[in-house]
Design a binder for this molecule. Structure first.
Ligand SMILES: [Zn+2]
Ligand SMILES: [Zn+2]
Length: 593
């Protein structure tokens, strides 16, 4: 059964001419000599730190100076009023008069007009490829667009009325926890009996369909379970109720509504999604494990045309394809050649999702005897982590439940013994990590990354339906990390929650669940400085790039996000709604509102 961060339905061979390996076009066999030289230079500079401290001739002026606003080079550090940029890197930062000597006849001046500059915001865990395909190919019917059941039903009715007879009506991102519960068969049949309807849940694992969809897909009333955990829901009368579970069952429908995805469609999807990522303020995102090694070369080639930097880790099991890159010193954060794409570590998916009660816990879920179950036992986890360490790479382990975090930390301790020589080892989500596990992470130099939108959207559901108030108060425990002196990061896990680092910052500070306006776990709130560090410098460090990204310092890459308002001067709840004005990557404007 697929129990990853997200179902990988889209990554099936069926949807791609020539199979999924060719998603972004043919992988290049051997690197050209020019590319090899670029790899060597990138690896050497990563090792020596040369890339972090370029030597500028004293008489060289700036290409660009930004002034007239509030520049926050690093959360907690003094504010500046001007920054000078040369060849895509920060040349100097300070007050306007101190930088005036860097202005030549060729220097371009940008007036910030009172706006605020932050270091480029980073989403360290967003499933780039999957989110791109969903974003590009399916109609988003999620909570952000249709917050009530009535809105959603009206929208689906409208779609059906406008579509030619028999055309599929397909929606994605449906959130049963926030949009009125599972659809019944009769509810969907009432929306349309002429059009097959398929509504894909935001958890990626479930979908619901109407009778026409069952008919078109040829699902017989007596259908049994499918390989890989696929199965169909049944009502109290034993009849199919329109619920569809897991990839192999959803595939029966998806082959009818998804055409063949060509490399051109996939490249356009990634391009459009990166533009969206830039528009919500991010200058970089990391694809955790849903990148296949065959896509590394074509992705690197595409990356320089994208609106943000990209980074990725491959999934455990796909590491053989990494070998040519490891021999070039890649896999610990250095860019692939002269591209804007980098590789960092190997991903292991330790359990499922707490919203579907498949995260593995040491105690049962609320009103349940089930504790969920891990995808691997302790011995398997140890072997897998040891294998990643043997490659000389850091590991990222998805642990939604505290039981999974226990076996993941045991495995990391056994393999790495606290060493960070290979980079930072991460526990992805760490949603229900216990107080003792936060202290243990500190001791082992392991860092968590929190999906803070869990609190924003599901905080009330965790408290009232899934864990009870006491355990929910310690969900996504960023405050405990601050107390322990343990760096942490914040991520969206797109497409599991909407991209956009500002909502993560806001929620980490307020701990507000926007569904019922309650505050969940106020003790775990962090300061604005800490929240911003978690999507800038600490995110860069968790991707092996703390020496080049994450703050605006002399010699670092000129990646920054320009906001219409200063997050330090609005209420913490309003931070999520601050308008992103521009994003810049390596001294180039990538997005402008
Ligand atoms: Zn995950
Ligand atoms: Zn994920």
């Amino acid at each position: 059964m697929c129990r990853g961060c997200f179902n990988q339905l889209f990554l099936r061979d069926e949807f791609y001419s020539g199979g999924i390996a060719g998603l972004l076009g043919e992988a290049v066999g051997k690197p050209t000599r020019r590319a090899f030289m670029a790899y060597s230079v990138a690896s050497a500079s990563a090792l020596t730190g040369v890339g972090a401290s370029p030597v500028f001739a004293a008489d060289e002026g700036a290409d660009l100076i930004l002034l007239g606003g509030t520049i926050r080079p690093l959360a907690g550090a003094p504010v500046a009023s001007a920054v000078a940029i040369k060849r895509g890197k920060v040349l100097a930062i300070g007050d306007e008069s101190a930088l005036s000597g860097l202005k030549t006849g060729d220097t371009k001046i940008i007036d910030l007009d009172g706006r605020t500059v932050l270091p480029g915001l980073i989403d360290p865990h967003c499933h780039t490829i999957l989110a791109s395909l969903i974003f590009e190919l399916l109609d988003d019917v999620g909570y952000a667009k249709y917050p009530t059941r009535e809105n959603l039903v009206a929208h689906l009715r409208q779609e059906a009325a406008a579509a030619p007879n028999g055309q599929w009506i397909v929606g994605s991102n449906f959130d049963n926890l926030l949009q009125g519960g599972d659809f019944t068969l009769s509810e969907l049949n009432a929306i349309s009996s002429d059009h097959p309807i398929f509504v894909w849940y935001t958890n990626g694992h479930d979908a619901c369909v109407n009778s026409e969809a069952l008919k078109v897909a040829g699902i017989a009333e007596d259908i049994g379970d499918l390989p890989g955990g696929g199965h169909f829901g049944r009502g109290a009368d034993g009849k199919l109720n329109g619920m569809v579970y897991e990839e192999s069952a959803m595939l029966k429908f998806a082959v009818h509504f998804l055409g063949k995805i060509t490399p051109e469609v996939a490249s356009k999807a990634v391009t459009d999604f990166c533009r969206h990522i830039a528009s919500v303020g991010a200058t970089m995102m990391h694809e955790p494990g849903t990148l296949r090694s065959e896509w590394i070369e074509p992705f690197a080639k595409l990356s320089n045309t994208l609106a943000c930097r990209t980074s990725a880790s491959v999934m455990f099991g796909d590491t053989r394809g990494l070998t040519p890159f490891l021999s070039r010193g890649l896999g610990k954060g250095a860019p692939v050649g002269d591209s804007m794409f980098s590789l960092y570590g190997v991903k292991i998916v330790g359990d499922g999702s707490n919203q579907t009660e498949t995260g593995a816990q040491t105690k049962p879920y609320l009103n349940s005897a089930s504790k969920g179950s891990p995808n691997f036992d302790a011995a398997q986890m140890k072997d897998m982590v040891a294998e990643v360490k043997a490659l000389g790479l850091p590991v990222q382990i998805h642990c939604n439940g505290d039981y999974t975090a226990d076996i993941a930390l045991d495995a990391i301790e056994a393999a790495y013994a606290g060493s960070t020589d290979y980079g930072v080892n991460r526990i992805e989500h760490s949603t229900m990590a216990r107080p003792d596990q936060i202290l243990r992470m500190k001791k082992l130099n392991v860092q968590p990354s929190f999906l803070m939108n869990h609190v924003r959207f599901y905080g009330a559901a965790y408290r009232d339906e899934i864990f009870g108030p006491e355990r929910a108060a310690f969900m996504d425990p960023a405050g405990a990390c601050v107390k322990a002196g343990l760096p942490f990061t914040l991520h969206t896990d797109g497409p599991c929650s909407p991209p956009g680092p500002l909502a993560l910052i806001s929620t980490a500070v307020t701990r507000r669940c926007i569904i019922d306006n309650s505050v969940v776990g106020p003790d775990q709130a962090v300061s604005l400085d800490d929240a911003i560090r978690a999507v800038t410098i600490d995110a860069a460090r968790q991707l092996g790039q703390g020496d080049r990204l994450g703050s605006l310092e002399k010699g670092k890459e000129a990646d920054f996000t320009i906001l219409e308002s200063d997050p330090y001067k609005v209420s913490p709840d309003a931070i999520a709604d601050i308008k992103v004005s521009e994003t810049w990557v390596a001294g180039e404007r990538k997005f402008s509102a």
